[in-house]
Design a protein around this ligand. Sequence first.
Ligand code: SAH
Ligand code: SF4
Length: 386
Amino acid sequence: MVTSTGARAYFEGMVRPLPLLNLSDDAVPVGATSVLPCVLDLDLPALQGVVAELGEPVYRAKQLFRALHGRLVGSWDEITDLPARLRTALSGRHRLQSGDLVIQAVSRDGTRKRLVSLAEGQEIETVAIPATSPEGAKRLSVCVSTQAGCAMACTFCATGRMGLARNLTVGEVVDQVYGFGREDPAARPTHVVFMGMGEPLANYAATVGAVRRLADPDGMALSQRRITVSTSGLVPQIERLADEGLEITLAISLHAPTDELRDSLMPINRRFPLGVLIPAACAYAEKTGRRVSYEYVLLHGVNGQLEHADRLAGLLPRRLSHVNLIPYNATDAEYQPTPPHQARAFRDRLTDLGLSATIRASRGRDIAAACGQLKAENRRASRPTA
Ligand code: SAH
Ligand code: SF4
């Protein structure tokens, strides 16, 4: 089994591993949850269909939608604006949450991580990171998974070593955000990053569906500008995304400035090399007017020398682009993080060459550590034995 030392250290840093076995008061045993489809997977027309089948007026569907996606109710009983008979009928057909909370851990810095077991037994992780904006506003960023596992096999990524189990549904993606929203209604998630387990654009429909659902005015009404979707570089889907009329931020996981190096880190580069990926990213930026974020994990002795910075600067446009340098979270792959002084030198070279570039802060590193970097082995090790 692959282990992730960085991830393990992260979990060991948690002061409060909580064995919370489902917060929902309509909790049913895991075996039973798999029988009923999750109501969060139904869009408004589908809810209208269900409500009509149950002989209720169609406006009830909107009330239900608002309760599920706006108020983030955790149980049927909380939907007090629906008649009890309808709630009972609905609860006999659908479960209300997409999975069961297996464990939640809270770090010293307030970062929270949830491990959820889905209906078919796959486990996914979600992380919420509290922060304060430069203007002093409280933020809560949630990093969601879009797949259980990932098929892209990037050599430095623990999730890539798992292979793909399955795509998540829209309900399973948004419920990761709702899980944190239900916990503390006074401090709801303000930002969502699609940087957890999986390749979002390989699960395109659910990713775009989840973005729209999170931004729905009758739902959480999150601004699309506060949503980031990260991709390893699926060019046809990037082109399609550019035409969706969304205002999200697109992040491209670049990690190398040459095809030769990128081929060795990210097998997807053989299908969509830099010569097609960068033009697609630029076209996305121009079409949407949104700055593209180029993610670059610094791997010691591999991609973090100044010559790489020079090549990177030769590759990227100055307009509508930003380079996000990510400290590597060690997995048991053969890579080491680049020392901080080298990371700063790399950033300074990029900025000297006219690129906008920042090093992701250590809390961002927590995000990377938690987003898909953990193996089941680590999770088991971190659970209380009692
Ligand atoms: N599959 C998508 C989104 C999930 S990965 C993608 O690859 O973009 C989110 C980010 O974490 C990506 O930039 C990915 O390259 C990075 N990442 C993966 N493993 C990492 C590690 N061990 N340390 C730091 N970042 C890592
Ligand atoms: Fe998949 Fe992203 Fe990990 Fe690559 S970095 S294996 S695309 S999750």
